[in-house]
Design a protein around this ligand. Structure first.
Ligand code: 6PG
Length: 250
């Protein structure tokens, strides 16, 4: 675990750079799905600064998002907007490699279908076939144990065919578009970033409580063949037993 969000974000930035380097060597590109919310903002800011900025072949990164709110890209709640302000806008990136979820266009199902087709096109697979493997998926966790926009008790949790769905989240009273478990659990590398005292109780429930992914969706993140590492700070890890990993997450 890490002393605080800064140390956690620096470690996550080092992971991002290392995984990007490995993916580009092996596959010529690095397909990453970013998380929204507030926790990953510092990670994204750090990636745009030395020493990380010079460690990544930015023109080889395919940028995706794990979920999006039904707002325009310049809205303060936009996950794309947050990452764009924190990082993407500071880099000279080829626009064709930035794959924003167009969640603001009113027809969520159409936007979800279009995103699935864009994912399939970039990965060179059939949009109705098995999902491709992202090189890295960055996830956060809400106080209710949700991740991406997979919220407790929602049908999106049970989706096993589509890679992207649009749904109304009752607890938010809002539409969300989200990657689903089939594609999330297909990822080669998954990193949860969890920080702050308000996450201590849900983190303990997710990691050490009884298995109940319907109530704690973060428990449903179990990569088929990939690696899942939780990057947590001391405040969030307060309630955990002694098994919590120390500084080096690898
Ligand atoms: C979103 C995220 C969501 C987020 C958690 C944690 O769109 O909000 O994808 O899953 O990661 O809600 O958010 P914080 O990092 O702000 O605590």
């Amino acid at each position: 675990m890490f002393a605080g969000l800064e140390a956690l974000s620096a470690a996550a930035a080092g992971e991002f750079a290392e995984l990007a380097g490995e993916a580009v060597v092996r596959r010529g590109r690095f397909a990453a799905a970013l998380a929204g919310g507030s926790t990953p903002r510092r990670l994204y800011q750090l990636l745009g600064e030395a020493p990380y900025r010079d460690r990544v072949a930015w023109d080889r990164v395919e940028w995706f998002w794990g979920d999006e709110r039904a707002v325009p890209p310049d809205h303060p709640d936009s996950n794309y907007g947050m990452a764009s302000a924190a990082l993407l806008g500071k880099l000279d990136l080829p626009p064709r490699r930035i794959h924003r979820i167009r969640a603001e266009e009113g027809d969520g199902e159409a936007a979800a279908r279009a995103y699935q087709e864009e994912i399939a096109r970039v990965f060179g697979v059939e949009p109705e076939g098995p999902p491709p493997a992202f090189d890295l998926v960055i996830l956060g966790m809400g106080p209710d144990g949700h991740t991406a926009s997979l919220f407790p008790g929602t049908a999106a949790l049970g989706e096993r065919r589509r890679w992207v769905v649009s749904h109304r989240v009752p607890t938010l009273g809002a539409e969300r578009i989200t990657l689903t478990l089939p594609v999330l659990n297909r990822a080669r590398e998954i990193r949860f970033l969890v920080a702050g005292a308000e996450k201590a109780a849900p983190l303990r429930a997710v990691l050490e409580g009884p298995r109940d992914p319907e109530r704690l969706p973060a428990q449903a993140i179990r990569p088929e063949a990939g690696r899942l590492i939780w990057l947590v700070d001391e405040a969030a890890a307060r309630g955990l037993g002694s098994r919590c990993a120390q500084e080096d997450p690898r």
